[in-house]
Design a protein around this ligand. Structure first.
Ligand code: ARG
Length: 395
């Protein structure tokens, strides 16, 4: 039977190619470039050396940025208030492509390299079934006999599957354009600061420049289109922000996260580009939206959206409906935001928009003030009426 395996090129999924072949599957590997920053040229060769019949590699950076990261930004969705959902967003896109190729190549099953105690298995499987409920999904990690990395290496050697000779870091890393997630190893001691070698794209504060860097982001109808006046594709813009903000040590997150399967896990992330965009987008929204729309987004949409994405429900009608809400608000998000990066901090220092609701004439305390202060008295009397009634009956 033919099967499509989501393949990263690492030890686990390489061993899976062989393991699945031994169980009678004809394995075709699928690898997506979602901005993990690795050379994917060697992937087909590696996959075939492990026993794959064919290897598909495609560049999905732009689709990932526009169709997955951007809607999440528009919802200002952060899981548990902190995590911009980088790993959670790539799984539904990869699943969508697995389903596509399963149909095109007449495969009846797909497989992924996620473990049985993480969130990624849920995201893969729910996404696959939402798009094709008849596909079988296989997760070798949940079934196979290997209990350690060493056992996998030994198996790889036995079947001449190429493994990197270099000593791997003790972390489990998932990387894409929207962020890097770092788990395992010394990070599992939640009382200790993560070692510096866990981080890849953010500098430690001691090594960041003294001088600040100012950046200007331009948005058009809710989409970031320019960085410092230069028009860029969204994936290019995110990757530039990753390096500029990472250079200033901005974008590290350390969180005790509530996993779907009930476990609390310590997760460390680097997401400089995503977090710069959240800050800028939020600022522009606060400038162009009336308070009811803005508060509704913050209190009802952001949390819900993050939960849906985190829990693998990307392909759900609720996510699409929430997108419609956010896209409607996004129409007003046109303008520029200036930000200042220095020593691990990020501050918005200026903004402008043709849809700005800010009126200096109304806000000022200078003689230019056009607000009629007498109105304030009437407003307080009417708005304060319930308090007066309560006050009279206070017990
Ligand atoms: N805890 C994060 C999430 O659930 C990151 C998962 C990263 N996956 C990995 N295989 N290391 O989205």
């Amino acid at each position: 039977m033919r099967l499509i395996l989501a393949y990263s090129g690492g030890l686990d999924t390489s061993v899976m190619v062989r393991w699945l072949s031994e169980r009678g599957y004809e394995v075709i590997t699928y690898t997506a470039d979602v901005g993990q920053g690795e050379e994917l040229d060697q992937i087909p060769q590696k996959a075939k050396a492990a026993g794959a019949k064919e290897a598909i590699v495609e560049d999905l950076k732009e689709e990932f940025a526009n169709d997955f990261c951007l809607p999440t930004l528009r919802a200002l969705a952060l899981y548990e208030g902190k995590y911009p959902l980088s790993a959670s967003l790539s799984r539904p896109l990869i699943a969508k492509r697995l389903v596509h190729y399963a149909k095109e190549l007449d495969a009846k099953a797909v497989a992924h390299g996620s473990t049985g105690k993480g969130n990624d298995q849920v995201r893969f499987e729910l996404s696959v079934w939402a798009l094709n409920p008849s596909l079988e999904v296989i997760a070798p990690f949940r079934e196979w006999e290997f209990r350690s990395r060493e056992e996998e290496v030994e198996y790889a050697m036995r079947f001449k599957i190429p493994v990197k000779a270099t000593k791997e870091k003790p972390y489990s890393i998932d990387k894409n354009l929207w962020g890097i997630s770092i788990e395992c190893g010394p990070i599992e001691d939640i009382s200790k600061e993560p070692p510096e070698d866990a981080f890849e794209i953010t500098k430690p504060i001691e090594k960041t420049p003294q001088e600040p860097t100012y950046i200007e982001l331009e948005f058009l109808e809710g989409k970031p289109i320019k960085l410092n006046s230069e028009a860029l594709s969204l994936s290019e813009l995110i990757s530039r922000l990753n390096s500029i903000a990472g250079e200033h040590g901005f974008g590290r997150i350390d969180i005790i996260e509530s996993r779907l399967v009930g476990i609390k896990s310590r997760e460390v992330y680097e997401a400089p580009g995503a977090l710069v965009l959240y800050e800028a987008y939020r600022d522009l929204l606060s400038t162009v939206l009336d308070r009811y729309s803005f508060h509704y987004l913050l209190s009802h949409i952001s949390h819900e959206y993050a939960k849906i994405v985190y829990e693998g429900l990307w392909f759900s009608p609720l996510r699409e409906a929430l997108d419609a809400f956010c896209n409607s608000l996004a129409k007003r998000v046109t303008g520029k935001v200036r930000l200042k990066l220095q020593k691990g901090s990020l501050r918005v220092v200026g903004r402008e928009s043709p849809y700005s609701l800010y009126s200096e004439e109304l806000a000022t305390y200078s003689p230019m003030d056009s607000f009629d202060h007498k109105d304030g008295g009437a407003f307080c009397r009417v708005f304060g009426l319930p308090m007066k009634l309560l006050g009279k009956t206070r017990c």
